[in-house]
Design a protein around this ligand. Structure first.
Ligand SMILES: [Zn+2]
Length: 371
């Protein structure tokens, strides 16, 4: 991962390049940034620049053996620790999945990672065996580079096992760099936090997301603008949204509303069963889309102006719905969709949740419930 592949974060990249060129890297750093801000991508670019044997003024060369290996996540002096599930496993157990998932999506989030290792509804952690493994690995001499680097992704999930690493982080072997990549400062052990130099990674702005989508994912300008608006500075989310065609969401949403309105139990059950199979990430995108849709729908209803942030196909959906959903029902539906999003994020059973939601929507649409 070269710095030029990291979306946005211009000032930060400059500062890191200067720091590395001056050989003033702190031996333990914590990159703190919300999911999708690119903190893991920044950490990888930082590591590759350190390892590159033909550093350019503004970036790693991308060509040398070290760059090639770091780029493929196979450099013997670049180590990764990350959450896993199960006992008697370490991060190394999941290295093939780690490489495959991260290489195909450098902005992957925690849930996508859990999906990739088939652990969708379990909580991952960085366990005792992994801590022992870290201590063992980091005590070895570097193989090919002057430096040995360990990137720990989501040290929040170390739990109290993190205390095993304190001595190592405080008095690391020579030429060892630790980069911890975290999302939530409050969940990190204070004893670890106090031993690391903290760098905050800011969420991306809409323009950075638009440029990133157009340059790295060949997304059209129109789609990139809409998706950027939906993704709250999270590039990973923007990427997923651009891949799940909006029109697909629009059709799914209209179909759901139609079935909720008619209220035939067998149709609702069939819709819910198919929807439950989509997986949590996809369901979350759908709900986010649905909330965005309701906001724009309200504008359309309020102003009658078709100049809302909806693609042509979505606009047609919205115009169809104006016959079905009244203004006073929009708020009730939006509040219900917000609640559902909350439960999906907390792993509620999708079938039960969406069947219940469908029945509630039926009551709202039939105006049986005004609250
Ligand atoms: Zn290089």
């Amino acid at each position: 991962m070269q710095f030029n592949k990291v979306i946005g974060q211009t000032q930060l990249k400059k500062a890191f390049i200067q720091q590395i060129n001056a050989d003033r890297m702190p031996h333990a750093q914590l990159f703190l940034g919300a999911s999708g801000s690119g903190s893991l991508a920044v950490a990888r670019a930082f590591a590759q620049y350190v390892l590159c044997t033909n550093r350019q003024a503004n970036d790693a060369c991308g060509q040398c053996r070290a760059c090639s290996k770091a780029g493929k996540l196979v450099h013997p002096d670049l180590h990764f620790s990350f959450p896993t599930v199960g006992s008697k496993v370490t991060s190394d157990t999941f290295l093939p999945q780690w490489r495959e998932t991260l290489l195909s999506n450098p902005y992957m989030n925690y849930n996508q990672w859990l999906n990739a290792i088939g652990a969708e509804n379990k909580q991952g952690n960085i366990n005792k065996d992994e801590c022992v493994n870290i201590i063992k690995k980091m005590s070895l001499k570097a193989f090919e580079s002057p430096y040995k680097i360990l990137i720990i992704w989501l040290p929040e999930l170390l739990g109290k096992e993190g205390n095993r690493l304190l001595k190592l982080i405080e008095e690391p072997p020579e030429n060892t760099l630790f980069i911890l990549v975290a999302e939530n400062q409050e969940l990190i052990l204070n004893t670890i936090l106090s031993r690391c130099q903290l760098t905050k990674i800011h969420p991306l702005n809409d323009d950075e997301i638009v440029n990133g989508l157009m340059q790295q994912a060949q997304v059209s300008s129109d789609m990139a603008q809409k998706v950027a608006h939906l993704s709250n500075g999270d590039f990973g989310e923007a990427l997923s949204l651009s891949q799940h065609q909006e029109s697909e969401n629009a059709e799914l949403f209209l179909d759901w509303m139609r079935k909720c309105y008619i209220g035939k139990p067998n149709e609702l059950v069939a819709w819910v069963e198919a929807f439950a199979k989509l997986g949590r990430e996809r369901q979350k995108y759908f709900l986010r889309y649905a909330l965005h849709f309701m906001r724009e729908y309200m504008l359309l209803k309020l102003t009658g102006n078709a100049n809302v942030r909806l693609l042509d196909k979505e606009l047609a959906t919205a115009q169809n719905l104006t016959k079905v959903i009244e203004f006073n029902q929009i708020e009730t539906i939006t509040s219900l969709l917000n609640d559902v999003t909350y439960y999906v994020e907390r792993n509620a059973n999708a079938k039960v949740l969406f069947l219940d939601t469908s029945i509630r929507l039926n009551k709202i649409l039939k105006k049986k419930v005004i609250v």
